[in-house]
Design a protein around this ligand. Structure first.
Ligand SMILES: C[S@@+](CC[C@H](N)C(=O)[O-])C[C@H]1O[C@@H](n2cnc3c(N)ncnc32)[C@H](O)[C@@H]1O
Length: 507
């Protein structure tokens, strides 16, 4: 799964029409509408009633453009830093068609083009002057006079004995009727970017606000809570993740201070305190990609396990799992999540530095597992997801094991993550990993692009089998002829460039 730069969601609450009265029932082009039509004339290449031929179809204006014209909050909310919902009240004039209530359903099917299309606003409302009638709200950007109806629409109106006479209706819009993007666009300085991406972690929306948005941070937080059902807390990242445990320093902008949360990822449940551990919903695809590679019976060593998003699915797949994290909070929640997902019998959990884990429990288990190589059919995988540093930890594999080497197909497969800002990120990661091991990984590794982290910064995963000469003491193997790589390089690079294009277009 990828969480993308996603505009704030539109409130799913339904609009309540607060005041409604027909103010005129003659054919119209009232003054307010004249100014609107003038704007429209400027805004697009649109013909106006009376100027176009009856048979022509009125070109449509982009939805966003249309909404920003009429359905935007009042201009005096600009600069508001403390949210005052009452200041968002506004009355707009909407064209309506008065019809008998019995024919509404029949008619609506034929008036799809002409009807008002605005989420949250009812298209059919009661006529306050006559309970036998209904008012069909029409699109104020298309429908001006009877002349705005198309031939087919006029024909159905005639069949149903409805006069194609358009009236005006005063509709009161309130805070509830505006999308969060519209609210923030109206409040923040004109022309400034308001579409903030956010990651959702359970009930928490996690923002990364830019400088010009900071004076409005509490208002932005409140609007996000109002407009996104299920979000009850909004936090802003206040540093880059550069601390050891990779958790964010964050400020609660609005809503609950409680950072204890529960998330679902790939059908597993994780609970943790988001202020104390690492969790990134943008890694769910990567977690499932690795899980897919594993086969029942395989052994997984998860060196930087966090709260368990590789370890738990692997254990559910009947792999034997050894999961480790240095952060005592991650360790605590990892244990908890293993129980929560009923895999605590299949996961051995450690709270060690990655290097100690590799040189201690991993070495011990590998010695045992690979020593049984004649009977073994299963693979051993080592996942190292600490992209800023994991490559350095590869040195722990050098001469880790002693004695008679296992057969080559049983050598452990490493999946090591790294960031790269290089113009050729795959090559950069291959070279850096190879340099730590003292070998060339050119012909015997694959590199997978995980995600684009920032402009010119990629997260990648390099996968390779640890060569015998590296893993075992006193081995002299010609590393240049380390044959039969797990994935051939050529395929990898093609796949990489495809993935890169795909991910870039998704980001
Ligand atoms: C990027 S997170 C990955 C967590 C998890 N694997 C995931 O995919 O969500 C890296 C994890 O490594 C842990 N960590 C950082 N330094 C470590 C070290 N030296 N040894 C072991 N774990 C470490 C952090 O606490 C964090 O949970």
């Amino acid at each position: 799964m990828r969480i993308l730069w996603r505009p704030f969601e539109f409130s799913r609450r339904l609009l309540k029409v607060k005041s409604c009265s027909i103010t005129e029932s003659e054919f119209l082009i009232p003054l307010a509408w004249t100014s609107l039509t003038q704007k429209l004339r400027k805004a697009s290449d649109i013909s106006l009633p009376g100027q176009r031929k009856r048979s022509s179809t009125m070109p449509e204006i982009e939805t966003n453009e249309r909404d920003s014209e009429l359905f935007s909050p009042p201009s005096d909310v600009r600069g508001m830093t403390k949210l005052d919902r009452t200041a968002f009240k506004k009355t707009v004039t909407i064209p309506v068609l008065k019809v008998k209530k019995e024919i509404v359903n029949k008619l609506m099917r034929s008036l799809k083009r002409a009807a008002l299309q605005r989420p949250g606003i009812k298209r059919v409302i009661e006529d306050p002057d006559d309970e036998e009638n209904r008012l069909i709200m029409l699109d104020p950007y298309k429908m001006f006079t009877h002349d705005s109806f198309e031939k087919a629409e006029l024909s159905i109106l005639t069949q149903l004995n409805v006069k194609p006479q358009i009236s005006k209706y005063n509709l009161e819009l309130t805070y509830e009727n505006f999308k969060s993007e519209e609210i923030l666009k109206a409040v923040l300085p004109e022309g400034q970017d308001v579409t903030s991406g956010f990651s959702r972690v359970g009930h928490i929306a996690h923002l990364n606000l830019r400088d010009h948005q900071l004076p409005f941070k509490h208002l932005i937080g409140q609007v996000m809570i109002d407009k996104n059902p299920g979000i009850t807390s909004v936090v802003n990242k206040i540093n880059n993740i550069d601390n050891t445990y990779r958790n964010f320093q964050m400020e609660v902008l609005s809503g609950e201070e409680n950072m204890m949360t529960k998330v679902r990822e790939n059908n597993y449940t994780y609970e943790f305190d988001f202020s104390k551990v690492y969790w990134n919903p943008r890694l769910s695809t990567e977690h499932s990609r690795i899980t897919e590679i594993l086969k029942p019976g395989d052994v997984l060593f998860d060196v930087f396990a966090g709260v368990g998003p590789f370890a738990i699915p692997a254990a559910k797949k009947n792999c034997t799992v050894f999961a480790n994290d240095l952060n005592p909070e991650s360790h605590k929640w990892l244990l908890h999540n293993c129980k929560l997902n009923k895999v605590d019998q299949k996961v051995k959990v450690f709270n060690l530095d990655g290097k100690e884990f590799l040189q201690g429990p991993v070495k011990e288990e590998l010695t045992q597992q690979l020593g049984l190589s004649k009977e073994r059919k299963h693979s051993v995988h080592i996942v190292m997801n600490l992209p800023a540093k994991a490559i350095e930890f590869l040195s722990a594999f050098k001469s880790l094991l002693e004695g008679q080497p296992c057969s080559r197909e049983l050598l452990p497969i490493v999946h090591c993550y790294s960031f790269s800002k290089d113009a050729d990120p795959a090559e950069d990661v291959r070279q850096r990993a190879g340099a730590v091991l003292g070998i060339s990984l050119e012909a015997c590794s694959s590199v997978h692009l995980v995600r684009n982290v920032a402009p010119n910064k990629e997260m990648l995963c390099i996968t390779f089998q640890i060569p015998t000469a590296i893993l075992y003491k006193n081995q002299t193997m010609n590393l240049e002829h380390h044959e039969d790589p797990p994935v051939k390089r050529q395929r990898t690079d093609e796949a990489f460039s495809e993935e890169k294009t795909q991910i870039a277009s998704n980001t």
